[in-house]
Design a protein around this ligand. Structure first.
Ligand code: DX5
Ligand code: ZN
Length: 221
């Protein structure tokens, strides 16, 4: 039986009460907090930087920090995010840096690495990196904003990866709700990021436990 891990994305939190929102996500018994870092070259938006990763560490030290770098040059910022408290650092395959080196440098400082794939990028581009990653993230929306519609056509990429890598942690991110979560788990994802769906719930803990239960064992009854 494969358990799924659930990661609320802080991008959908009330930014006027960030510390309370981090505590609310931790209290929901979610597995980790997903922190979306954007530069306006890689995506058409700007979110937040290492200070919010540090706030997350200060507010909820034991709540695992999964940091998604939507950046052209993630290689220049690995040290800053590591110092701030990142525990997994995810970099895009579309980034403008030496991916082999950057993936290795994340591991060298003792963190978990992950490679992320945008909807328009073919999954075969992952082949040269499969032996070098701790986790794969298949984007199910075009990165840049929370609250977008799930792109179903991305799921065959999850199936492709799961077939080749039975033990790899495979995450999906974007448009995940109670229904799309089950479809992603059935395709082989074992880590689910959900932003607007979870943060909009008054009872986040209930939503997390329902999502975990409906996705356990690939969503099969
Ligand atoms: C998109 C981000 C996602 C986003 C997901 O650029 O990488 O993590 O916060 O938000 P929802 O779950 O609302 O689609
Ligand atoms: Zn993300």
């Amino acid at each position: 039986m494969m358990d799924v891990k659930i990661l609320p994305s802080l991008l959908a939190a009330d930014f006027g009460r960030l510390a309370e929102e981090i505590k609310r996500a931790e209290a929901s018994l979610a597995d980790a907090i997903h922190l979306d870092i954007m530069d306006p070259h890689f995506v058409p938006n700007i979110s937040f930087g290492p200070d919010v990763v540090a706030l997350s560490k200060k507010t909820a030290p034991g709540f695992y920090r999964n940091v998604h770098l939507m950046m052209d040059r993630p290689d220049l910022y690995i040290g800053k995010f590591a110092d701030a408290g990142a525990e997994t650092i995810q970099i895009h395959i579309e980034a403008d840096c030496d991916l082999h080196d950057t993936l290795a440098s994340i591991r060298r400082i003792g963190l978990r690495n992950a490679l992320v794939l945008n909807p328009e990028t073919p999954i075969e581009t992952f082949l040269p990196y499969l032996g070098e990653i701790d986790e794969a993230l298949v984007m199910t929306v075009h990165p840049g904003y929370g609250g977008q519609k799930f792109i179903e056509e991305c799921l065959p990429k999850v199936e492709w990866l799961r077939k080749r890598m039975p033990d790899l942690d495979i995450m999906v991110d974007g448009g995940i709700n109670g229904e799309t979560a089950v479809r992603a788990a059935a395709a082989g994802a074992n880590m689910l990021v959900a932003g607007s769906y979870l943060f909009s719930k008054r009872d986040m803990a209930l939503a997390v436990s329902q999502m975990r239960a409906s996705c356990a064992d690939g969503g099969r009854p």
